[in-house]
Design a protein around this ligand. Sequence first.
Ligand code: ZN
Length: 123
Amino acid sequence: MFLSGNRSRHLDFVPYPFLAGTCETDVIRSTTRHQRAPRPPARAVPTLGQLLHQPYWLWLHCDACRHRVAVALVPFVIRWGANASSDMLRTHVRCAVCGRRGASLQHPSWGDAESGWEVFPVA
Ligand SMILES: [Zn+2]
């Protein structure tokens, strides 16, 4: 006859073969990870000049508080030049709501052939 206290003591013990199996799986996984093909090179970050096309403005999204603001691109091209990386814009802006530095860039939406690009929001 088993006592419940005795049984629970046995369940706390993990037999060696289970540990060995886990270790072999980990070795196989880690080996497989190293045999994957190398990642393709990261895409080049566009310059401000490359982003300067219709409709000539972008949404800046704060990744912290989701606040967004529409900005014209031309003032940034004038300030930093057309050959400046768009990362200048991503890293140098500051959110007016939460104060966090940095933003994501999003091109305005294309409606359709009749409506065209999303209209620059006028406050
Ligand atoms: Zn924010």
